[in-house]
Design a protein around this ligand. Sequence first.
Ligand SMILES: O=C([O-])CC(=O)C(=O)O
Ligand SMILES: [Mg+2]
Length: 220
Amino acid sequence: MPSSDSADLIQRLAAVDTTSLKDAGAWLRVLPAALRPIRPGARLLGRALTVDAREDLMPVLAGLAEAGPGDVLVIAGHPDHAVAGELFATEALRRGVAGIVIDGRCRDSRILAGLGLPVFARGVAPSACPARAVPVIQVPILIGDVTVRPGDLVLGDDDGLVVGSDAEVREAVDGAEAIQQREGALRAAIEGGESLFDHLNYDEHVAALREGRDSKLNFS
Ligand SMILES: O=C([O-])CC(=O)C(=O)O
Ligand SMILES: [Mg+2]
């Protein structure tokens, strides 16, 4: 059972975007940009249940059989063949799974896009992997050069996927909320007719850069 601290952390993450979280937590991991949502606008948030399915989709079934509410199946898949489609995704929904992330391909994408389950993948393929291997799940997996561990928190939206341990995310969440709030207010001000440049130290920053002085671009 997740602790109330952990439930609270997840609830707070539900209100921040990947951009704010990453801006506040430089140490957080970002999955390769080639992993895209099958349905634009999807938001994904939960805990990684990791699956090594590079050669075979049996581990995906093993992961699915273990998965429950709030889990995100994070699958190391195959470069050319799909490891999940409409049936696995529908079972995931039935179990309350929070989403599926595939370092590889999915299929049945027209139906996946309409299911309401956030699915991120590198792409699609009509062909599936074989289903013959003895499954291995809940091991650290490597996606690009990023390691995802069982239980890591995963936040995904149209800008990508950010991953961190509870401790790593906890370090960033106050800052992420502040950025989210500040940038929302700034955007409203610009929409209301104020110039972005009235809220930036642009001139001073450029002057400092020209003179080789240490400086930082600030939004206020
Ligand atoms: O064999 C697969 O990749 C799984 C599949 O199509 C589905 O879940 O509908
Ligand atoms: Mg299918």
